[in-house]
Every structure is written in C-alpha cells, then in structure tokens.
Design a protein around this ligand. Structure first.
Ligand SMILES: Nc1ncnc2c1ncn2[C@@H]1O[C@H](COP(=O)(O)OP(=O)(O)O)[C@@H](O)[C@H]1O
Ligand SMILES: [Mg+2]
Length: 237
C-alpha cells in the first residue's frame, strides 16, 4: 500500500539546515494499522506530510498503491488526497464559517451536490466521534478536542482506503481518546482501512498492529503489537 525508499527530508540550508528525516525505508501493507511513535521533533509529522504529498521529500521515493506520488501533478494530487486519503492533521483547515456538519460534508461538496444520504452519514459520523449534540456549532464554539473530532469525522466521510492521523487523541481526555482509537481500530478490522497514526502516547500506540519508532529522523524500532489474548496464551503475536 505505502512504500518509502531511502526517504530524506531537510528543511532550510547551510548552518540552519534541519535533517528531519534521514533515509527512511518503510513498507506498510493494505489493511495494516501502524502507529508511529517518537519524541517531539523526531520527524513524525514530516513523515505524514510526505506520505500525504503535502510536502515533497528531498531525496528518495514514495509509492502509494503502486503509484510514485512524485509523478502526479497538482490537480491529480488534490484529487488523490481528497478521494483516497482521510487526513486527520492537528490544524487541518476546518472552515470557521461552516458548522460541524458542513465541515464534515465538505469533501463530499467538493465532489458533487450532497444528498440526504450524505447528510445522514455526516450526522452519523459526528455521533460516532461523540459530537451528536454539536452538529450546528461553528468552529469557534468548539473546544480544540471537539474540532479535532470534527476533523476525524470529515476524514471518514468519503470512506478512504487510507487514514493518516497526526496525534488524533492529543487534545482529548482518556475516555474520548479511547473512543477515537476504537473507531480507527474498527475501521481497520471491519473495513480493511489502512491506518497510519502518529502518537507520542505508548498506550494509544497499542491500538495499532505494529509500532514503528522514530528518533532523530530515522527508524529505530519496528515491532508488532502483542495483543493481550495472544500473550495470555503464551503465543507470539
Ligand atoms: N517547515 C519546517 N521548517 C523548518 N524545520 C522544520 C519544519 N517542519 C519541521 N521542522 C523541523 O524538523 C524536525 C522534525 O519535525 P516534525 O516532523 O514536526 O517532528 P514531530 O512531529 O516528530 O514532532 C524538527 O526539528 C522540526 O523543528
Ligand atoms: Mg508532530
């Protein structure tokens, strides 16, 4: 599904240059739920930005579903992002003039006229992220954690095959965060959605099938998550 080959990303030049990613090789299969962990500044968000083609690598190659994303032009990239990827980024442009329901419907409205079924689906997604009572609230009437959940519902509205989420539980209390993780988990288990989630929270990372650890722009660990049921039987995951 996703393959990174010797991917590097540097920002700036000369003495001010920051090497955010240094030769990352990573393969993620369709239907996998991968958690990316690492301390602040280790390159996690940079990695997601590159996979979503919001930014280009300085070196190396990224293919998604067999397609080298560097070969797509801007229009193709815009469509690819909207139709194939659900992006849940921390400050990913929610429109302040729209209420929660219409922010969720936005990707649909960019494709075609929204139908009653689309509105029902958007409403249902807001219920699933715990915002059933906030559908007519505008963004300034919502807390940071609530906006983050609107972004989550929006990412799911076109049923993408791939979800990229940057700290999706970062601003949430444990219970609400747990329900978001359960939602991502069920998309993966029930619909085969590929999920790549960045988090610095080891407990949240356990929702995945696999934990990839980054440090100073390089992968320093890549391990399967051992589920409780398997370990209690003394089996390896
Ligand atoms: N647009 C940018 N310009 C310059 N440096 C950047 C930019 N984005 C990120 N960086 C730097 O790259 C490194 C990795 O950042 P980032 O990927 O955001 O880390 P993380 O998400 O793991 O906290 C950091 O040192 C950060 O300061
Ligand atoms: Mg980050």
């Amino acid at each position: 599904m996703i393959e990174l080959r010797s991917v590097s990303k540097s920002y700036g030049e000369g003495a001010g240059r920051v090497d955010a990613l240094r030769g990352v090789d990573l393969r993620i299969e369709a239907g996998e739920f991968v958690s990316i962990m690492g301390p602040s500044g280790s390159g996690k968000s940079t990695l997601l930005n590159l996979v979503s083609a919001l930014d280009l690598p300085t070196a190396g190659q990224i293919t998604i579903a067999g397609q080298d994303i560097a070969t797509l032009d801007d229009d193709a990239l815009t469509l690819f992002r909207r139709r194939s990827i659900g992006l849940v980024f921390q400050f990913f442009n929610l429109l302040p003039t729209l209420d929660a329901l219409h922010n969720v419907l936005l990707p649909v409205m960019l494709e075609r006229k929204a139908t009653g079924a689309d509105r029902a689906r958007a409403q249902q997604l807001l219920v699933e992220v715990g915002l059933g009572a906030r559908t007519t609230h505008r963004m300034h009437q919502l807390s940071g954690g609530e906006m983050q959940r609107v972004a989550m519902a929006r990412a799911l509205v076109l049923q993408p095959r791939l979800i990229l989420a940057d700290e999706p539980t970062g601003n949430l209390d444990t219970v609400t965060g747990g329900s978001i993780l359960a939602l991502l988990r069920s998309l993966c288990t029930q619909h085969g959605t590929t999920v790549v989630m960045v988090t610095h929270d080891r407990n949240a990372a356990q929702a995945g099938d696999r934990i990839v650890s980054l440090r100073d722009g390089a992968i320093v660990g890549d391990e399967p998550v051992r589920r409780q049921a398997a370990s209690s039987l003394g089996e390896s995951a």
